[in-house]
Design a protein around this ligand. Structure first.
Ligand SMILES: Cc1cc2nc3c(=O)[nH]c(=O)nc-3n(C[C@H](O)[C@H](O)[C@H](O)COP(=O)(O)OP(=O)(O)OC[C@H]3O[C@@H](n4cnc5c(N)ncnc54)[C@H](O)[C@@H]3O)c2cc1C
Length: 318
């Protein structure tokens, strides 16, 4: 495999998991990421001087491959458990240290990653695939390409490659509005985690998470319906409504936050997944993956990316 060159478009957990698997197999993989940092939806924001999770709050690990990955992350100090007061599940929850994005940094270790490079088109040349980028012009040729970006963006990028990718159109992803609020005093909320309460999909007290600062910071995600219905409203209006939801959980009004950040994820959560780990065309050399293949979880992204890499390895070995 060492003479095979593979491009991976997108450095979220799916793309990085694909890169990790290809590297294990000795393939030469280049990961192209549009943003300045890898991690995708493992986003964080600086609050009260410290990076704070602003998207995925925790990971669950059910499949052996992801369990192994998370176990290595725990052993190497990149992850730990989180059992917040107020959660109803007994399933182990895992968080990255010091933020969720540590999981992507861990997964990216040793990978050839080019950030600030957005793929615009995937073309063919006689020697293989060429990826046309906005910032660095054409890159390639590659023996195979893995597209590991959210379904609404993957569809247009793969449209020219025909029928195998048409089913991306059936995937539904919904938006999430999130607020991260710092308070100068502890809120009168006993729980450290709140799920599915009125406008809130999930909310977490940051100080309940290992490796985080002790300030009273709450990460609040709007519910799916709330987020869809209020996505275009101003930061002020969204903050007010999310805080009303948090206040309802407190059973009282809340003090005004000392610091406030509103984040908008247009393609946050997979509502209707593909139902298969990846889609493949080009005799198995052009593969699409991401959480949208299997479900709205970090683990789904990892499993999909790993399966996409396996598919490419098989196609190149054939
Ligand atoms: C608010 C929120 C809360 C969540 N909570 C949880 C949770 O608690 N637990 C859980 O398990 N999951 C949660 N999730 C879901 C989880 O974050 C995702 O399932 C997972 O991170 C998706 O990974 P991915 O690699 O499939 O996609 P992404 O993380 O979206 O990665 C795609 C990457 O591709 C890049 N990209 C896009 N277009 C291009 C291009 N043209 N060229 C190059 N790069 C490109 C993007 O910048 C991005 O880095 C949450 C998500 C959100 C938004």
């Amino acid at each position: 495999m060492s003479n095979m060159r593979i491009a991976i478009i997108g450095a979220g957990m799916a793309g990085l998991a694909a890169g990790r698997r290809l590297k294990e197999a000795g393939a030469d993989a280049l990961v192209l990421e549009r943003n300045a940092q890898p991690g995708g939806r493992l986003a964080s924001v600086e609050v009260a001087g410290a990076l704070t999770d602003a998207a995925a709050l925790y990971a669950t690990a059910r499949e052996p491959a992801f369990k192994d990955f998370m176990q290595s992350a725990v052993f190497s100090g990149h992850a730990t458990g989180w059992a917040p007061k107020g959660r109803s599940s007994d399933e182990p929850w895992l968080i990255g240290l010091p933020t969720m994005n540590a999981l992507s940094a861990f997964c990216a270790e040793g990978l050839d990653l080019r950030t600030g490079t957005a793929a615009e088109r995937i073309g063919h040349a006689s020697e293989g695939y060429i990826v046309q980028t906005a910032d660095a012009g054409p890159i390639g040729p590659f023996d195979a390409v893995i597209v590991a970006i959210a379904a609404p963006a993957a569809g247009p990028l793969l449209k020219a490659h025909g029928k195998p990718f048409e089913r991306i159109g059936a995937v539904v992803m919904r938006p999430t509005l999130a607020g991260v609020f710092a308070f100068s005093e502890r809120l009168p909320i006993d729980a450290d985690f709140i799920a599915e309460a009125a406008t809130i999909g999930a909310a977490a007290r940051n100080a309940s998470r290992a490796g985080r600062a002790g300030e009273e910071v709450w990460i609040v995600h709007g519910s799916a319906d709330f987020s869809a219905g209020h996505f275009e409203e101003s930061d002020e209006a969204v903050a007010e409504k999310l805080l009303e939801g948090l206040g309802a959980a407190a059973g009282s009004g809340l003090p005004a936050p000392a610091e406030r950040h509103i984040l908008r994820y247009p393609q946050a959560r997979v509502e209707t997944a593909l139902g298969e780990p990846f889609l493949a065309g080009g005799r198995g050399r052009l593969v699409a993956c991401g959480d949208w293949c299997l479900g709205p979880r970090l683990e789904a992204a990892f499993i999909s990316g790993t399966a996409a890499a396996e598919a490419v390895l098989s196609a190149l070995a054939a």
